[in-house]
Design a protein around this ligand. Structure first.
Ligand SMILES: [Zn+2]
Length: 135
C-alpha cells in the first residue's frame, strides 16, 4: 500500500505548470462509507454521469484495481472490503486519466470507440485518438 508520503510525492509530480490553464473536469468527490465489511460509494452514479461513462465500466475498473467485487444499486455502488476514501479517490483519478481525459489537450470530451477491434478514447475537442486498455 502507498504511504502518505508516496501520495504527496505523486501529487506534486502530477501537477505540472501547464495543468493550470486546462479546463479542469468537475468531478464530485467520492462519498464513501464503510458498512460491515463493505464500502459504499454513495454518489457513484453522479460520478459516472459527471465523467459521462457507463457506471458499469467505472465499477469494473475500480473492482479490478482494488482486487475486489463490486455491485451497483441505483445511485450507489458497493465494494466488498473496507476501503479508505483516499484509496477510492486515487483509483478514480487514475481512471479519469486513463479513460476520460484526452492525452493531447487534457479535455474530458472523449468517447469510447473501437478501431480495428481495439478500444480507443476519441477526443471530441481535438480529434486525438488514444488506445485504452480493455477491462
Ligand atoms: Zn483532445
Amino acid at each position: 500500500m502507498d504511504t502518505y508520503q508516496d501520495m504527496l510525492d505523486r501529487f506534486y509530480e502530477e501537477k505540472p505548470e501547464e495543468t493550470k490553464k486546462e479546463e479542469r473536469l468537475e468531478i464530485p468527490k467520492p462519498q464513501t462509507h464503510i458498512q460491515g465489511g463493505e464500502t459504499i460509494i454513495k454518489n457513484f452514479k453522479r460520478i459516472s454521469e459527471a465523467l459521462r461513462r457507463d457506471p458499469k465500466h467505472l465499477l469494473k475498473y475500480l473492482s479490478k484495481e482494488l482486487a475486489t467485487a463490486g455491485n451497483l444499486q441505483r445511485s450507489q455502488a458497493t465494494l466488498k472490503g473496507r476501503f479508505r476514501n483516499y484509496q477510492v479517490k486515487e483509483k478514480l483519478e487514475r481512471y479519469i486519466k486513463e479513460y476520460v481525459t484526452c492525452q493531447e489537450c487534457g479535455k474530458a470530451d472523449t468517447k469510447f470507440m473501437k478501431v480495428r477491434g481495439i478500444q480507443h478514447k476519441r477526443c471530441e475537442a481535438c480529434g486525438a485518438r488514444t488506445s485504452v486498455k480493455e477491462l
